[in-house]
Design a protein around this ligand. Structure first.
Ligand code: CDT
Length: 309
C-alpha cells in the first residue's frame, strides 16, 4: 500500500471586496486542519486567492492586472508557503498568473513537502467569451483575460506518486485525463469555479450541473485508473452562485468523499496509490489495447464535421 493522505479544501465564496490577506488566512486554517487529520497534500480551488473575477467585464490593463500575481510565492502568499513547509504539507494552488512578459494565464502549481514548486500547469480549455455578451444572464470572460495554457498536461513524480493537474473546464474533456493517463498519472488534482446555473440555458440548474461535474470526474478517474481530487469554490459571490460538489474519486470511478456545504470545508481521504495498478495493468492496459492508428482525428481536427448530406 502506498498511502497518500490528501485534503480537498473547498472554499466558500470570496467577495470582490475581500482582500487576499483574508483569503490566505482562510487557506491557512484549512491547511492546518488538513495537517491535523494527517494530510500531506492539500488541494485548493481554481483562482483561490480572489473572487472569480472573469465574471466582471473590464477594459483597462491596470484594472485587470490587479487580479493577477506577478510571482509565486509573493508577499501575500508567503505565510501560506512557509506554514505548509513547516508542517510538511504539499499544496495545489490555483491563481491568476501575470508573467514578466505581460502574458496572462489561469495557473496552478504543486509544491512538495519542502515547500518547493515541483509542477506548474496553465489552463488549456478556456470557457466563455472575449467581449461583453448582452444575451447572457451573466458574463464568463476567461477567453478575454487568459491565454490558453502553453505547458501541455505535464505530470511529475512527487509526494510518493505520479501527480498531474488540470483546472475546472479541463475536467470535462477526456483528452485532459488521457494525456496524463499516458504518463502514468496516479493523482489528478483540479480546482474549479462553476456557476450553479447555465448563463445560456436557464432550464439547466444546479442538479444537472452537478451531474455533469461528477460524470466528468468519475469517468476521467475510471478510464485512466487514477485518483481525482476536485476542489470547488462555492457559494454566492456578489450575487453569483457557484455550486460546491468538491470530490475525491477513486481509481474505480467511485466517489469516496463529497462536500456537504457551500462554505470552507475540508475532505480528507487516505488514498492508496497502489489501487491505480489494477486498472492500468489490466482493463486499461494502454500498451496492449490502444489502437493509435485509429485515433488520428483526435489531434488532426478540433471541431466536429459530419459527412455531407
Ligand atoms: N471556471 C470554469 O472553467 N468554469 C466552467 C464554467 C463554464 S460556463 C461558461 C466549467 O466548466 O465549470
Amino acid at each position: 500500500m502506498r498511502k497518500l493522505v490528501i485534503g480537498c479544501a473547498q472554499l466558500g465564496p470570496i467577495q470582490k471586496s475581500e482582500p487576499r490577506e483574508m483569503v490566505v488566512t482562510r487557506l491557512m486554517a484549512l491547511l492546518e486542519k488538513a495537517h491535523g487529520q494527517g494530510a500531506t497534500l492539500v488541494v485548493f480551488p481554481e483562482l483561490a486567492l480572489t473572487t472569480f473575477f472573469p465574471r466582471w467585464y473590464m477594459e483597462g490593463d491596470a484594472e485587470v492586472d490587479a487580479w493577477f500575481e506577478r510571482e509565486m510565492p509573493n508577499a501575500v502568499t508567503r505565510p501560506l508557503f512557509d506554514r505548509a513547509r513547516e508542517l510538511g504539507v504539499g499544496m495545489y494552488l490555483g491563481y491568476a498568473e501575470l508573467t514578466p512578459e505581460g502574458r496572462r494565464f489561469n495557473t496552478s502549481i504543486l509544491t512538495n513537502t519542502a515547500g518547493e514548486i515541483v509542477l506548474k500547469y496553465r489552463k488549456v480549455h478556456l470557457p466563455g467569451h472575449v467581449e461583453f455578451d448582452p444575451d447572457r444572464a451573466f458574463q464568463h470572460l476567461e477567453k478575454r483575460y487568459f491565454e490558453p495554457g502553453d505547458l501541455g498536461f505535464p505530470v511529475a513524480r512527487a509526494l510518493g506518486g505520479v501527480m498531474g493537474m488540470c483546472i475546472c473546464n479541463d475536467r470535462r474533456w477526456p483528452e485532459t485525463y488521457r494525456v496524463m493517463g499516458l504518463q502514468g498519472v496516479e493523482v489528478v488534482m483540479l480546482g474549479f469555479n462553476t456557476p450553479s446555473v447555465n448563463s445560456q440555458k436557464a432550464s439547466e440548474g444546479p442538479e444537472a450541473r452537478l451531474f455533469h461535474h461528477r460524470l466528468s470526474c468519475q469517468s476521467g478517474a475510471y478510464q485512466n485508473s487514477t485518483w481525482v481530487i476536485a476542489a470547488a469554490k462555492a457559494g454566492v459571490e456578489d450575487g453569483h452562485p457557484l455550486f460546491a460538489g468538491s470530490l475525491i474519486v477513486d481509481p474505480d470511478g467511485q466517489i469516496v468523499a463529497e462536500s456537504e456545504t457551500e462554505e470552507d470545508e475540508l475532505l480528507v481521504h487516505a488514498c492508496d496509490l497502489d489501487r491505480c495498478a489494477f486498472g492500468k495493468d489490466t482493463i486499461f492496459d494502454f500498451a496492449r489495447h490502444r489502437r493509435v492508428e485509429h485515433y488520428g482525428l483526435i489531434t488532426q481536427r478540433a471541431g466536429a464535421e459530419a459527412p455531407p448530406e
